[in-house]
Design a protein around this ligand. Structure first.
Ligand SMILES: Cc1ncc(COP(=O)(O)O)c(C=O)c1O
Length: 363
């Protein structure tokens, strides 16, 4: 079977994790601080705060953006539900904007139409790691005094107009869960542009306690804001750090596969590839395209031992988000056409050739 996903785990990550496990410090410790600094340096991000998942990063970002009961957050319907659930957790409402067929990303033109006096933030999810139209989104945010949260869970190392995702907007959230290109088994990173947000995130990720409290010798801390247990531990940080060492290799292998798909599938009847702009570089978390007769397409691939999947289901149809299809013309139209095919670091050239040949033979 040529699977859709297959985690990458380096030998160094396994070795480094087991070394930490043999010490007396396996919880949050020096490795956590070290990996945050390394991450910020690698991706030229002002401030990085590790957490235990991408979901935690999103929850914290929404708190820092000031989202609370009754506030509206404009987001995309087509994403992992972890993008939108934290809004509900905070008593907010998710307002779904339409997407662009050619990127699967939220459409700034639709965002503009959804802004109301209750809007507090815009959530920009980079589908499959391909950056959204961030200039347009940040312009709308500035005009209406809104915060921007980038859900870069799938976009580690992606670039927008020469800048790494993570260094563009108020807040960016990354995920290192099992099937992301860089995984630490589970884990996440909240990146901020402002020092104030960084400091508050560090406090909130551990119940609201300032670990750097330097006052009373008996550590009689105060808790001023309600936090939660969102921090990373040193075992995870050691894995993440080692995995980051292979980031260039991981991303170039994925880009090589993507380039083959783009070249060798571009003229296949019934298939439309997603767009690539000159001013941005995606992270190739999945390789998505639009196909006619999707069931037949997936059946044909399955018969040839190739896994394919839609990966995320539109969120608006889930009862927690209202339970009915919103009036989103592009989303409604592409609902039956989008599908992802395998792209990961265990695929061989022969595997990729087989995927291409099978698709080219038609369905
Ligand atoms: C777009 C998106 N947002 C958020 C998440 C949540 O990340 P995590 O599983 O690390 O909590 C994921 C992946 O799981 C995701 O793909």
């Amino acid at each position: 079977m040529i699977n859709l996903f297959h985690p990458y785990m380096s030998n160094k990550a396994i070795k480094d994790a087991s070394q930490v496990l043999k010490t007396r410090w396996i919880g949050q410790g020096p490795k956590v601080d070290q990996v945050e600094k390394k991450f910020s340096k690698m991706f030229k991000i002002p401030y990085s705060v590790t957490v235990n998942s991408g979901t935690s990063a999103l929850h914290l970002a929404l708190i820092l953006a000031g989202v609370g009961p009754g506030d509206e957050v404009i987001s995309t319907p087509i994403t992992c539900s972890a993008t939108n659930i934290p809004v509900l957790y905070l008593g907010g409402k998710v307002v779904f904007a339409d997407i662009q067929k050619e990127t699967m990303n939220i459409d700034p033109k639709s965002i503009e139409k959804k802004v109301t006096s209750k809007t507090k933030a815009i959530m920009a999810v980079h589908w499959a790691g391909y950056p959204c139209d961030m200039d347009e989104i940040n312009k709308i945010a500035k005009k209406h005094k809104l915060k921007v949260i980038e859900d870069g869970a799938q976009a580690l190392g992606a670039k927008y107009k020469g800048k790494y995702v993570g260094s563009v907007s108020d807040f960016t959230c990354f995920s290192f869960q099992a099937i992301k290109p860089i995984t630490s088994v589970d884990g996440g990173m909240l990146c901020t542009l402002k020092k104030k947000d960084y400091q508050q995130a560090r406090i909130l990720r551990w119940y609201g306690i300032d670990r750097e409290f330097k006052g009373d010798i008996h550590w009689k801390y105060q808790i001023k804001d309600i936090g939660y247990k969102y921090h990373m531990n040193d075992v995870t940080a050691a894995i993440l750090s080692a995995q980051l060492d292979d980031w260039k290799k991981i991303s170039s292998q994925r880009e090589k596969i993507a380039k083959r798909y783009l070249k060798e599938l571009k003229d296949v009847p019934g298939l439309t590839l997603l767009k690539r702009h000159k001013d941005r570089q995606g992270a190739n978390w999945t390789f998505t395209m639009h196909v006619e007769k999707r069931n037949d397409f997936q059946k044909k691939l399955a018969e040839n031992g190739i896994e394919s999947h839609i990966v995320h289901v539109r969120n608006d149809i889930c009862p927690i988000f209202g339970g009915k299809k919103q009036n989103l013309p592009v989303m409604n139209k592409i609902e039956s056409t989008y599908v992802s095919i395998p792209i990961h670091n265990h695929l061989t050239d022969v595997d990729v050739s087989k995927v291409i040949k099978t698709i080219r033979n038609g369905w």
